[in-house]
Design a protein around this ligand. Structure first.
Ligand SMILES: [Zn+2]
Length: 523
């Protein structure tokens, strides 16, 4: 059974699935994994006819702890230590920093068809909804300290209270330490040495901890949020789920102070993206928005779903990964289409469910899956009538919907070529002249090209599969190894020793051109 359906099946109560995010900067594509995991749990519960809600909390009372490299350092450095909702927006459209980055991320939610109810922590604090929890945790400061010590081995001073005031003098929240509580006010100091990344101003005094004057430390805040919002299920990334980690601490506080069962939890793994080179050289990288700009929504959802939550996804948007992602998707979609021909109501098994949950609605609509790597190659062949070529290769009548999906893929291929492709990944065909490097071909390689030319001049269909067979036939007839023979082909057309499957490469080119080039090289 698919993991999300397993969770749905074991549910015995009304469920509230929750996830959250600190909007501290541009959101990495890794955060989309959490969003999709929770979204699919929600959808699996709905599909099983269980009562369920889906919420997403924005932790915008957290402090700005670093100024991202892509922002104006001079402008934002003075706001280090401020609650994110009190830092100005990088543009003049959003009301503040937290909203600015969250709005961008919410666009991605919309794009991916994720329909969670969004709430902001600033609203929960300022409206007083968290007041009773703040009082409870301050009253039970000793129990909180004990949990920190026993679960995470973190020693807190006897006069440490789980609360951070927004300093009335300098506006920072990261630098204040609370050391007393009299039932209506806390005593705090804005300490110069509270953190090693920002200095406090030294101010101290008594102030009410309620109605937005400060916040609970986030492990404690997590517990208050669970109870206030009514969360029954919340997964967490592996980083928070280690033994003695933040989730363990929050769970223990929930049991000890509130005497309640913490929400259902299971950790999920990261997405590793090797995107540094891209982000520095081309201004695009691996943010959630960048990936949403590159990939169609169901393909981006599928990337998150084709791998089990407990397995790391290694994904940098290079040629191999992008083409494999589409190929895996196409294989599933085509096997679904075949099953549908036999029986209108296809039974969705474990293999097909990632495809099902990748869709934005509750229906899988098969289409002609034009191969993305072919598109990437075709786009690089000059003077080619792309649409005509696609029509010819498809060999079936393409519907309007097929064309819609093909156009979507053309966009992906174009964008990938423009923003992500490495020079080695690009196909540069030497049309006008024979690459100089062919002067280094061995006699054996020349013999191979001559044999290949003879075979190619007799092939019936100038198509990838058949041409690929011709390339191998030539090696077999001569008893040559493809490892020695094939580079001769690539040298002759691309001026380098490797490229896409040579049979397919030929199929993009005119037959006369290929034969003439082989003749020129042989001579
Ligand atoms: Zn201060």
């Amino acid at each position: 059974m698919f993991w999300a359906d397993k969770i749905a099946q074991s549910s015995r109560q009304e469920e509230l699935v929750n996830d959250s995010k600190t909007p501290s900067g541009r959101v990495h594509v890794g955060s989309v994994r959490g969003v999709i995991i929770h979204d699919v749990m929600y959808r699996a519960l709905k599909r099983a006819n269980k009562p369920v809600k889906f919420t997403y909390g924005v932790d915008d009372y957290d402090a700005l702890d670093t100024v991202p490299y892509y922002l104006d350092q001079e402008k934002f450095t003075p706001y280090l230590g401020y609650p994110l909702c009190n830092v100005p927006s990088p543009n003049d459209k959003s009301s503040d920093y937290a909203k600015y980055f969250m709005e961008e991320f919410l666009e991605v939610f919309k794009y991916l068809g994720v329909k969670a109810e969004i709430y902001y922590l600033r609203d929960l604090y300022k409206s007083g909804k968290l007041n009773s929890y703040i009082d409870t945790f301050l009253q039970n400061a000793q129990a909180v300290r004990e949990v920190y010590l026993s679960v995470s081995k973190a020693q807190r001073a006897d006069n440490w209270y789980p609360f951070q005031v927004i300093c009335e003098n300098c506006g920072k929240i990261a630098t204040t330490v609370t050391t007393d509580y009299n039932g209506s006010e806390v005593f705090y100091t804005c300490k110069e040495d509270a953190t090693d990344w920002v200095k406090g101003c030294g101010h101290s005094g008594w102030v009410s901890p309620f109605d937005g004057n400060g916040k609970l430390p986030w492990k404690v805040e997590w517990v208050a949020k669970w109870d206030l919002v009514g969360v029954t299920m919340e997964m967490a990334g592996k980083d928070h789920s280690q033994k003695g980690g933040s989730r363990d601490v929050a769970n223990a506080i929930c049991r000890r102070v509130l005497d309640k069962k913490p929400p259902f939890h299971s950790p999920y793994e990261f997405i590793l993206v090797n995107g540094t080179k891209m982000s520095s050289s081309k201004g695009v990288g691996s943010s959630a928005k960048d990936m949403a700009d590159l990939l169609p929504p169901e393909i981006l959802r599928f990337l998150m779903l084709k791998t089990q939550p407990k397995t790391v996804i290694n994904f940098s948007p290079n040629y191999d990964n992008i083409t494999r992602l589409f190929r895996d998707y196409d294989n599933l979609l085509n096997s679904y289409a075949n099953l549908q021909k036999e029986n209108e109501n296809v039974e969705l098994d474990k293999t097909l469910l990632p495809l099902f949950y990748a869709q934005l609605d509750e229906e899988i609509k098969p289409y002609y899956t034009f191969d993305i790597s072919t598109l990437i190659s075709l786009l690089q062949v000059p003077h080619l009538d792309l649409k005509r070529e696609i029509k010819k290769r498809a060999e079936v009548d393409l519907t309007e919907y097929d064309w819609e999906k093909i156009d979507e893929r053309i966009n992906v291929a174009q964008k990938w070529l423009a923003d992500y492709a490495d020079e080695e990944e690009k196909l540069v065909i030497y049309f006008d002249k024979v690459p100089e490097v062919v002067s280094q071909l061995t006699q054996e390689q020349i013999t191979y090209l001559a044999k290949l030319k003879d075979i190619l001049s007799t092939v019936e269909k100038w198509e990838g599969e058949e041409l690929q067979t011709a390339l191998f036939t030539a090696t077999k007839e001569l008893g040559f190894s493809p490892a020695i023979a094939f580079p001769a082909v690539y040298y002759s057309f691309l001026g380098k020793d490797k490229g896409p499957k040579a049979g397919y490469l030929f199929s993009y080119l005119d037959k006369d051109f290929v034969l003439k080039r082989l003749t020129d090289v042989i001579n």
